[in-house]
Design a protein around this ligand. Structure first.
Ligand SMILES: [Zn+2]
Length: 270
């Protein structure tokens, strides 16, 4: 599933081909994504220039002169540039053709993604209640400490809650808690300020590192398969249950928290 780093990598990959470009037409071959693609998308977007490409949480905001296309990659979606008019294979549901002769092509085998139109993304119901971006100054460990007081839920689902901070998916929550030495089962409200400060730093570090690694795959956004990396990064614990800890050699333990599989080291994390 595309996580925040993959979505940010996608944004960086497609933005140079979209910004300043005028849309010549929109071809929709399959409307049934998580929500239906609006019937009038072609009418609304054609003839307009893209002004900027932004990201909020895992949503891409393709800002046109009037209105914004909100896209989400769902479980299996990707966006890449192809030559306009290139015959579409199965699952290649949308082409946004540009005057440059390229087209932004949306592919999504499982169709859990989204492509929606809004006059004002700041007021859109999908974006309205999102917490701060993890890589901005609006987020830090002090904020986690303040928000966690009185909360009895485990710390791992707490930091994965989009109302607390956006974009901390299962991989990154698991790895950041290991790096901070915090047992993912601990109640969020019982963790000290000093430990949250460390955790805030580790969340930023693991996400920034994954984005940096994704940067090496940008060339794939034009002509390639559009798969942005799915970083073969150096994972310490995620996906390594029952294997030895890379730091201390103790067997890593599997645990389910908030319906999500998790792994931790019983010696390095407390
Ligand atoms: Zn260990």
């Amino acid at each position: 599933m595309p996580e925040l780093p993959e979505v940010e990598t996608t944004r960086r990959g497609i933005a140079p081909y979209l910004e300043g470009q005028r849309v010549s037409r929109v071809v929709v071959r399959e409307r049934r994504l998580r929500w239906p693609i609006p019937e009038d998308l072609d009418v609304r977007l054609s003839g307009q220039r893209f002004v900027s490409v932004q990201r909020r949480a895992k949503y891409l905001l393709l800002n046109a002169e009037v209105g914004t296309l909100i896209s989400h990659l769902g479980m299996s979606g990707n966006l890449r540039l192809v030559e306009a008019g290139l015959p579409a294979a199965k699952h290649e549901h949308v082409d946004i053709e540009l005057e440059s002769g390229l087209a932004l092509r949306y592919t999504d085998p499982r169709r859990f993604g989204a492509m929606l139109w809004t006059a004002d993304p700041q007021q859109h119901e999908l974006l309205l209640r999102l917490g701060p971006e993890p890589l901005t100054d609006l987020f830090d460990g002090e904020r986690l400490f303040q928000q966690s007081r009185g909360r009895s839920m485990a710390v791992k689902p707490f930091i994965m809650d989009n109302a607390v901070v956006v974009g901390v998916g299962n991989i990154y929550a698991t790895e950041a808690l290991f790096a901070a030495g915090i047992d993912p089962r601990r109640p969020a409200g019982g963790i000290s300020r000093a430990r949250y400060v460390r955790l805030g730093i580790e969340i930023k570090r693991v996400l920034a590192h994954a984005i940096e690694r994704g940067g090496t795959t940008l060339r794939d956004f034009i002509g390639g398969d559009g798969q942005p990396g799915y970083f073969q990064q150096e994972l310490f614990v995620y996906g390594r249950g029952e294997e030895p800890c890379k730091v201390c050699g103790t067997v890593l333990r599997n645990v389910t928290l908030g319906q999500r599989a998790s792994v931790f080291c019983p010696r390095c994390q407390s």
